[in-house]
Every structure is written in C-alpha cells, then in structure tokens.
Design a protein around this ligand. Structure first.
Ligand SMILES: [Fe+2]
Ligand SMILES: [Fe+2]
Length: 149
C-alpha cells in the first residue's frame, strides 16, 4: 500500500495547482480576444504560451502516472482515465488550428470574431476535460480512503 501513501495527496495538489495555472492562462488569452483585430499578435502570443504550458502539463500527466496509478489500483476507473488521456492530442490539435487561423496577416474582423468563438469553444472543452480529470483522480483518492461507493 506504499504507493497509495506516496502519491495521492501530492499528486492531487500538484494537479490542482497546474489546473489553476491553466485557468489563469485561459483568462489571459480570452482578454486578448476582447481587443480589436489588430491585436491578433497579442492573442497569438498568449495562445502560444498556453500551448506550451498545456503540452508540458499533458506530458506530465501522461508520464507522471497519476492516471496510470488510478488504472492499476482502481480498474473501475480505467475507461474514464483512458478517455481523458485520449483527449490530450485532440485539444492540442484544436489549439494549433486556432493558432494557424491567427497567423494570417491583417486578419479581418469576421475571421477575428470567428477566432474568438473558436477560442471560447476550445476553452469550454479544455475546462470540461480538466473537470473530468479531477473527478477521476478524486474518485481514486476517495476509494483509497474508503469513501468511494
Ligand atoms: Fe489532461
Ligand atoms: Fe489536466
């Protein structure tokens, strides 16, 4: 049972801290879309920062084994954990498409508005992803403590 004592509180805290940071970057990026189209450069810079952070965060989740441990210890959570990990490349691809769209010079106001909508859709998907992830880890944690169903 050593693995359980070693990982859960630390992993949970780390995960939640990273999710908070991601949330801050999302809010910052959203702010850029509230400006006129000439600020596309600003939006792109913020999205690039978000992309970097996200890629690192996903890699840590995949390598760090927090979901992996849920799989080993709580087979009941396997499908949910696999589902969240499968979303990682999809979310990064969404963000890449958005960055490509913003790469155009002299972006027109229609495309700018569209990019803003796409960003909002992306942000909702990302937040839903993180919520599901928290739930998987929290479920595993509760089960370890005998709080699970
Ligand atoms: Fe994730
Ligand atoms: Fe995450």
């Amino acid at each position: 049972m050593a693995a359980i004592d070693r990982t859960d509180p630390v992993i949970m805290g780390h995960l939640l801290a990273q999710h908070r940071e991601l949330h801050d970057l999302l809010v910052e990026a959203r702010g850029a879309f509230e400006s006129p189209p000439r600020e596309a450069e600003l939006a792109r810079g913020r999205l690039e920062r978000l992309r970097e952070h996200l890629a690192r965060h996903f890699a840590q989740e995949e390598e760090g084994g927090f979901l992996e441990e849920s799989l080993v210890r709580m087979p009941r959570l396997a499908a949910a954990a696999r589902d969240v990990v499968a979303e990682h490349p999809v979310l990064l691809a969404d963000l890449d498409r958005l960055l490509e769209r913003l790469a155009a010079r002299d972006i027109e106001s229609d495309s700018w508005r569209q990019a803003g909508h796409d960003f909002e859709a992306f942000a909702s998907r990302l937040l839903a992803h993180e919520r599901n992830e928290n739930a998987v880890v929290q479920d595993g944690y509760n089960e370890d403590l005998g709080l699970g169903d």
